[in-house]
Ligand binder design. Sequence first.
Ligand SMILES: NC(=O)c1ccc[n+]([C@@H]2O[C@H](COP(=O)([O-])OP(=O)(O)OC[C@H]3O[C@@H](n4cnc5c(N)ncnc54)[C@H](O)[C@@H]3O)[C@@H](O)[C@H]2O)c1
Length: 266
Amino acid sequence: MDGLLSGKVAVITGAGSGVGRAAVKLWTGHGARVIAADINLATAEETVALSGAPQGAARAVRCDVSDPDSVGSAVAFAVETFGRLDVMYNNAGITVMPVPGKGLRKLVDAPLDEMKRVEDVNINGVIYGCQAAIRRFAAQGRGGAIVNTASVAGLIGYGGVLYGATKGAVVNLTRSLALEVAEDGIRVNSVCPAGMLTHYSGMDPDSEHKDRILEGMGKAHPLGRAIEPADTAAAAMFLASELASNITGVNLPVDGGLSAGKKVGG
Ligand SMILES: NC(=O)c1ccc[n+]([C@@H]2O[C@H](COP(=O)([O-])OP(=O)(O)OC[C@H]3O[C@@H](n4cnc5c(N)ncnc54)[C@H](O)[C@@H]3O)[C@@H](O)[C@H]2O)c1
């Protein structure tokens, strides 16, 4: 099938839900062959089943991004299944869960074990994904694309202090790594979405109040529409594709203009 990602093989982490699920559907629709990797194998398999991908173009694998061996195995599975790796999409991420009914948990109240887990998944998970991909790209010769899911919370103060700190780390890792591997023809970019209605942070994307919630979320953005997982998957697809072949070290906001600043006057 002809498309933006025709001939490309991608590993997408966090593929069992939200952005990752949207990316599997969109990217395979644009010709990619994809490994849908998630710590929850059942939801990754569900993603593949629901993706509408051509037979055999998407395969599920269990992968815990906080375990470097597990990430290495997911990349090895891509090579075993499809013969190579062209794109690593380090998308899996978690947050410190809010207090039910009270919203975001303040940094001083965040449980230590949960904080460490968020750091491990959001920072180390991306680092392990980058390492595994770069090793594979080197074995193939030259080139390759890495896309990370950071967050608008990595660009501006956005609530969720510890979470924002981990995403800020991803933003700067993206820049530094892009410089380090540019000479090998490897590109490294990130997408920085604003809040989306996904399972992340305990929200329910299938809520009967979905329309009202999305309307409320949309009001926070200059463009007036809530960010959808498919918006983020599309931005990531652009960065993964040859359309972005001269773009690296970029952290692309997908936020309806939220991080552009505050309009004054008029
Ligand atoms: N939803 C938002 O408001 C929002 C905003 C900005 C950035 N993000 C980021 O977008 C990315 C995707 O989140 P989402 O909104 O789709 O959330 P989601 O909870 O719907 O999906 C995340 C997926 O990651 C998987 N996962 C969790 N820990 C994992 C691990 N250790 N290894 C592998 N997979 C793991 C989960 O099982 C789940 O399928 C995350 O990096 C998140 O931080 C989300």
